[in-house]
Design a binder for this molecule. Structure first.
Ligand code: ZN
Length: 182
């Protein structure tokens, strides 16, 4: 390891510390730098909006509209348990999720029947879904059904009833990329 010889050992010898002490100090400096970078990254990221869910009758008819503003589908996935086909549009951190019913008696089928097409829910990314659920329950948010449960993209998700979120069906999505631990 040539770097040990070039820089690390000279100051250690000057201070009379051992090579081990010097390595530990270097490690601490690296950790501090990592922490600073994490803080800068989360400041740049802002509100971690994962996606907006939009209920549609036929995703194929909707795709050209979003393609016109540069949003292309990058994942189509059926979530059989919810009776829904999800199409994620766009790249990067935040997406638009088109929700198309696989059968009329599904939750999205019911939503379309009652409310028609339009914004269905807003989803925020969280690093630890269990901890967030605990805090949300304590704050009086009402959880829909079983939580957390398996959502699209292999992620664990949970929903909160709109009547406890001032009219918004709110979803949280666990995204390990949000985590600080390495
Ligand atoms: Zn969603």
């Amino acid at each position: 390891m040539p770097f040990l010889r070039s820089k690390a050992t000279r100051p250690a010898a000057a201070r009379g510390g051992s090579l081990f002490d010097e390595l530990r100090r270097l490690e601490e400096r690296l950790k501090e730098r990592e922490k600073a970078l994490d803080a800068r990254e989360s400041a740049l990221r802002g509100t971690p909006l994962d996606h907006v869910g939009i209920a549609v009758r036929d995703a194929k008819k909707v795709l050209p509209i979003y393609a016109a503003i540069g949003l292309k589908p990058h994942l189509v996935e059926d979530v059989e348990s919810e009776g829904v086909r999800t199409t994620f549009l766009g790249s990067g951190f935040s997406h638009i999720e088109l929700l198309e019913p696989l059968r009329p008696d599904s939750p999205i089928g019911g939503f379309l029947e009652k409310r028609g097409e339009g914004i269905h829910h807003v989803a925020v990314a969280v690093d630890d879904i269990e901890a967030t659920l605990l805090r949300a329950r304590a704050a009086g948010l009402q959880v829909v059904g079983e939580a957390p449960r398996a959502g699209a993209r292999g992620r664990r998700v949970a929903f909160f009833y709109p009547n406890s979120v001032h009219g918004v069906l709110l979803e949280i999505v666990e995204n390990p990329r949000m985590g600080r631990a390495r």
